[in-house]
Design a protein around this ligand. Structure first.
Ligand code: SF4
Length: 323
């Protein structure tokens, strides 16, 4: 099956749910064959360019929700720094640094179920400043928003909205009880209607099964999202998931490759948790199907420098989109 798979997909075929489940049974050397198949599909459909984006944690902590992985939930004692919405000058300063470092996409991320009315007005004004003062492609990650808010963001120059489903529908109740999977889907639909692109993925290694991962990939495919961030759980002390063990680097690579084959044309964006999950196998993630990366610092954890990631791409014969 693996031998023919890249050609079939490059010729326009799609793998079935059952075929993807079969891929989860692969082990040992077969995982390297799987990675190679994913590499051929990635290169064949999206070339050698990797989309680099960066974020600013524009409001941190004190969230009302109970997502069991999250350092920013106000229900857990995680010791993170908490602060209200940053002012425009602080955001602009970081955006300029990011633009110079080589990323071409930038997002404000705020903690919380969704922005208050006054926060939202201030955020719109920040995006108008970013639009006029930088050449960055603008993204937003503000939690739950409605159609009117989505329309205003698009009008302010935001081209992509990030809102994770986090995991598949059937596993979602195991990670959160204060809102539903359908609440998250409703925001994704509002964003699509406003004409923005959708960046929507989640976190692996939260105790889900291989079948859950395949369900998740196919649900994202069904939703028709443009970019899928893949985070690997970094268990945070003080959260209910603090004792979970991260999956092995090979299982992480295998998961990425299965997502690539199920979502052949989607940007697969390696995001938080990658250093601990992949360790020295990080470059293999780009062979397993990653063609976008969150670079710089993540939400509540420090990342590698952007220069190191740009050098890694160059060493692998890849390039950063837009530079
Ligand atoms: S993931 Fe978002 S909604 Fe859930 S607790 Fe964290 S900040 Fe709140």
């Amino acid at each position: 099956m693996l031998q023919d798979l890249p050609k079939r997909i490059l010729d326009g075929a799609e793998i079935s749910f059952e075929e993807a489940l079969e891929l989860t049974e692969l082990s040992g050397d077969e995982v390297y064959d799987l990675i190679h198949a994913a590499w051929k599909v990635t290169r064949g459909l999206s070339g050698a360019e990797v989309d680099l984006c960066s974020i600013i944690n524009a409001k941190s902590g004190r969230c009302s929700e109970d997502c069991r992985f999250c350092a920013q939930s106000g229900r857990y004692h995680t010791g993170i720094e908490t602060y209200p919405l940053l002012d425009a000058s602080r955001v602009l300063e970081q955006a300029r640094e990011i633009e110079q470092s080589g990323a071409h996409r930038f997002s404000l991320v705020i903690s919380g179920r969704g922005p208050s009315r006054s926060e939202f007005d201030r955020i719109i004004s920040i995006y108008e400043t970013l639009k006029s003062e930088t050449r960055l492609n603008l993204c937003a990650s503000l939690g739950v928003i409605d159609k009117e808010q989505a329309r205003r963001l698009a009008a302010a120059g935001v081209t992509m909205y990030h809102h994770n489903l986090e995991t598949c529908r059937s596993f979602f109740p195991s990670i959160c009880s204060s809102h539903t999977y359908d609440d998250r889907v409703a925001t994704v639909e509002a964003v699509k209607k406003a004409g923005m692109r959708v960046c929507c993925g989640g976190i692996l290694s939260m105790g889900e099964s291989w079948r859950h991962r395949v369900e998740f990939a196919f649900e994202l495919k069904e939703l028709g999202v443009d970019s899928v961030p893949i985070n690997i759980l970094n268990p945070i002390e003080g959260t209910p998931f603090e004792h979970l063990q991260p999956m092995s680097p090979l299982d992480t690579l295998k998961s990425i490759a299965i997502f690539r084959l199920a979502l052949p044309k989607t940007r697969l964006r390696l995001a938080g948790g990658r250093a601990a999950a992949l360790r020295d196998t990080l470059p293999l993630a780009l062979q397993a199907g990653i063609n976008a990366m969150l670079v710089g610092n993540y939400l509540t954890t420090a990342g590698r420098s952007v220069a190191e990631d740009v050098q890694m791409l160059s060493d692998l014969g890849l390039s950063s989109l837009g530079i």
